[in-house]
Design a protein around this ligand. Structure first.
Ligand SMILES: Cc1ncc(COP(=O)(O)O)c(C=O)c1O
Length: 372
């Protein structure tokens, strides 16, 4: 067999970092179960390998967005509890019930679809009732909550569902001290009271990563951790988290150019002195946003060096000055930051977004993924 060529561009996922982060988060939420949120292909890190690492490290639940994502986990051999929370009307949830996937209902309509799925599957569905406490996204409006709770209690006594939990999601947990956090907690408590009054005995879960780290009073029975498990810190203060994703490529070609030569489309950068350029075969088709043109470094041959000129679809150009750079040399576009390389968080700051979007956006057909 011929050797595989090295990938043009690749993300490398450090599963030890995932395990470290999950262990840290689970310890911070001791007394509550830990759900590892692996939606969107594990925030771009690979749902199955991340799920296995997280379960190894102390998580006991997994969270996915769509039922299809949950069923992919089951198909991958995952038997742990999985909650799936957002599909479109018309989705047949019976396969989820059959696969023992927990489902979420934000309305009596969604509950009816779950009851239909349970009838079809011939067994009760496990349901988490979602109250909208102020994120105003999915979740049931407080004014409609008593109806949803009553319908769920009836469906439970009819044997169609088991009401597992009452849950909600926070809007501002990454801003400690934001008044919305306490307001949401109070509405959550009210919603739980309504469920208790209807004779239900549900678990409660509310906290995302930020609240897991910052609001022990909101851990309840389970925390749902996403971004911090991937090593990115949603809080404005330091936590001992290890970023799990490194995005790297290698030098395809080097060239010496004279002062006065310009680089890439539009010739927006001109060499002020004779210099060596390194061509890196990763561009905006590979996740290097064109908006990073002239605004980001890479880590190459022991130090940071600037991307010069415009980012193209398939390539970027790096100014290496008078250093001797060998084709094939590793280029780190972002990583954990421990060697001084840019991080996904730094990319996000330059691009005016959040690191969630950077790592989740790395799930691309042309970018290889490997694990260590
Ligand atoms: C419902 C729900 N719970 C938990 C999470 C995890 O949030 P975070 O990644 O901030 O920990 C998410 C992610 O957006 C979510 O949608």
């Amino acid at each position: 067999m011929p050797d595989q060529p090295p990938p043009r561009a690749e993300v490398v996922i450090d599963l030890d970092a995932i395990r470290h982060n999950v262990a840290l988060l689970a310890a911070r939420a001791a007394g509550a179960a830990t759900m590892a949120v692996v939606k969107a292909d594990g925030y771009g890190h690979g749902a199955l390998p991340v799920a296995r690492a997280a379960l190894d490290a102390g998580a006991t639940w997994l969270g996915s967005c769509s039922l299809a994502e949950a069923l992919d986990l089951r198909a991958g051999g995952i038997t742990a509890r999985v909650l799936s929370w957002l599909d479109v009307p018309g989705t047949d949830v019976a396969p989820g019930v059959e696969a023992d996937v927990d489902l979420s209902a934000s309305s009596t309509g969604e509950l009816a679809a779950i009851v239909a799925g349970a009838r079809k599957a011939g067994r009760p569905a496990r349901v988490h009732l979602k109250i909208d406490t102020g994120l105003t996204r999915n979740g049931c409006q407080p004014r409609d909550w008593p109806d949803l709770v009553d319908s769920a209690a009836k469906a439970q006594s009819d044997g169609h569902v088991e009401v597992v939990a009452v849950w909600s999601h926070l809007a501002c947990a990454d801003e400690p001290g934001h008044p919305a956090n306490d307001r949401q907690a109070a509405r959550f408590a009210d919603a739980h009271e309504v469920a208790l009054a209807a004779g239900l005995r549900p678990l409660r879960h509310l906290a995302n990563s930020a609240a897991t780290l910052d609001r022990p009073d909101l851990h309840f029975d389970m925390v749902r951790v996403g971004i911090a498990m991937y090593g990115l810190n949603p809080l404005p203060y330091r936590e001992d988290l290890r970023p799990a994703m490194t995005f790297r490529s290698s030098v395809a070609l080097t060239k010496r150019i004279d002062a006065g030569e310009s680089v890439s489309y539009g010739q927006t950068w001109t060499a002020g002195r004779d210099t060596t350029l390194a061509l890196v075969p990763a561009g905006y088709a590979d996740g290097v946003s064109r908006a990073l043109s002239g605004r980001m470094d890479v880590f190459l041959a022991g130090r940071r060096r600037p991307i010069v000129g415009r980012v193209c679809m398939d390539q970027i150009v790096v100014d290496c000055g008078d250093d001797v750079i060998a084709p094939g040399e590793e280029v780190v576009l972002f990583g954990a930051g421990s060697r001084g390389e840019p991080t996904a968080t730094e990319w996000a700051a330059v691009l005016g977004t959040i690191d969630y979007e950077i790592v989740t956006g790395m799930y691309r057909p042309r970018v290889a993924r490997s694990y260590r």
